[in-house]
Design a protein around this ligand. Structure first.
Ligand SMILES: C[S@@+](CC[C@H](N)C(=O)[O-])C[C@H]1O[C@@H](n2cnc3c(N)ncnc32)[C@H](O)[C@@H]1O
Length: 320
């Protein structure tokens, strides 16, 4: 794309718009590290209109756009929970009566036994015999104890890391590493654990992709204690953000901060194209790096700008 350098997106600013379109406006090979957490397709306000296909397209286009803007030898880090759950009409109805929620103690076996003893009884007579409603007889016989009710759309459980790996590979960015962030268990958000055998979400993946080129390995970036406690370690454990009152899906400052310290040098530029509340920009500033932020939601852009201005004030106060 032919552009003069004056028209590229300004650094140390948050820009409002669609990630893939705005990445096109970033100067080529100017980004040492891009670190972000995309929409997870779990029905948050900023994604409620989108289908799973839209989500895949957004990720594919965003990752493809990175190849031009990353420095040779630079990195893209994607933070995502590999296993996702979302409403999907194509998923078969799940028959899962929860014993604790059953209103009548009559079991399917009770009804089958009564039917065998009284083969001529209709379901009203069976109900009278077993002292329950005829709906209970119907439910036990026809197995229509559908999770969430007969007409509810069921939930698709889908692995997504493989999509991200393929989008990156197709874009010429290669999987370099994968780390795991062990977070607080998300009991409150789980629609699953109380009404099924599924586990709650307790960790997220951190996929690290590399753009071919010279990557300087500088072991002095971290202190030896940092290398042993997290720099060389695959599993990172730190708490989630507990107050999500101004943004519903923030990641903790420690997440981008570690990658910034590990994978960039002072003065480098860090991109977050799903900037949200501005966490990555704040981490970059605190570590003496530049940033470019992008988010499609105007109120989050305002929120990020406010947080960044405060962090800048704190950095200046430390210097003087
Ligand atoms: C998981 S949140 C990121 C939160 C961020 N890491 C933080 O700590 O605050 C995803 C963000 O992507 C933004 N978003 C959704 N679709 C987008 C798009 N097409 N382009 C840019 N941003 C988008 C949402 O507004 C939301 O703030």
């Amino acid at each position: 794309m032919a552009r003069t350098s004056t028209t590229w997106l300004e650094i140390d600013q948050v820009h409002c718009g669609d990630a893939p379109a705005l990445i096109e406006q970033i100067a080529p090979e100017s980004i040492a590290l891009s670190v972000w957490s995309p929409p997870y397709h779990v029905g948050k306000k900023y994604e409620e209109e989108n289908t799973f296909g839209d989500w895949q397209q957004l990720l594919q286009k965003t990752i493809a756009a990175h190849h031009r803007v990353l420095k040779k030898g630079g990195f893209l880090v994607v933070n995502i929970a590999d296993i996702q759950c979302f409403k999907d009409e194509s998923i078969p109805k799940i028959q899962a009566p929860n014993v604790a929620l059953l209103k009548s103690p009559v079991t399917r076996e009770d009804v089958l036994r009564a039917k065998e003893e009284h083969p001529d009884y209709n379901r009203y007579q069976l109900a009278a015999l077993l002292k329950c409603s005829e709906q209970t007889i119907d439910r036990r016989l026809n197995g229509n104890n559908i999770r969430g009710g007969k007409y509810s759309t069921q939930t698709r459980v889908q692995l997504v890391g493989h999509f991200i790996d393929r989008f990156a590979y197709d874009a010429g960015l290669y999987l370099y590493d994968r780390r795991i962030w062990v977070k607080d268990p998300t009991w409150a958000n789980s629609q699953w654990h109380s009404n099924s055998y599924r586990s709650v979400s307790e960790y997220e993946d951190l996929y690290v992709f590399w753009k071919p080129g010279e990557t300087i390995v500088d072991r002095n970036r971290l202190e030896s204690r940092e290398w042993s406690t997290w720099g060389s370690r695959q599993v990172w454990q730190f708490p989630s953000v507990r107050t999500n009152d101004d943004h519903e899906a923030k990641f903790p400052l420690e997440l981008p901060r570690r990658f910034i310290r590990l994978l960039t040098a002072e003065g480098d530029t860090v991109l977050d194209c799903f900037m949200g509340s501005g966490t990555t920009a704040i981490a970059a500033l605190l570590e003496g790096r530049h940033f470019i932020g992008i988010d499609i939601t105007p109120e989050y852009v305002q929120l990020a700008r406010k947080g960044i201005a405060k962090a800048l004030g704190d950095v200046k106060a430390q210097l003087f």
